[in-house]
Write a protein that binds this ligand. Structure first.
Ligand SMILES: [Zn+2]
Length: 88
């Protein structure tokens, strides 16, 4: 069973690099992500709370992790739907 357990170890920012300076010293950080809307909903925005980001220890650059991006996508979709319904 040991090999099975070793597979579910959480992978901390491993293998990812900073998009700005290329540093591999990244730190997980939860931050709010604002998504400005366009088209009919221009001027409004969806706030996605507690999105997982990688923060660079060297230059401070903040980028959403793949998990964070998935959450932003999901929440933006729901947010747009709610705005549309409230406009009816
Ligand atoms: Zn950096």
């Amino acid at each position: 069973m040991r090999w099975l357990l070793s597979k579910v170890k959480p992978t901390a920012a491993h293998g990812r690099t900073c998009a700005r300076c290329g540093s591999t010293s990244l730190k997980r950080k939860l931050a709010t992500h604002h998504v400005p809307l366009t088209g009919k909903l221009a001027g409004r925005r969806v706030d996605v709370y507690r999105v997982e980001h990688d923060k660079c220890r060297d230059c401070g650059f903040l980028a959403p992790t793949p998990e964070g991006l998935a959450k932003i996508k999901r929440c933006t979709k729901v947010g747009i739907k709610l705005f549309r319904e409230s406009l009816r």
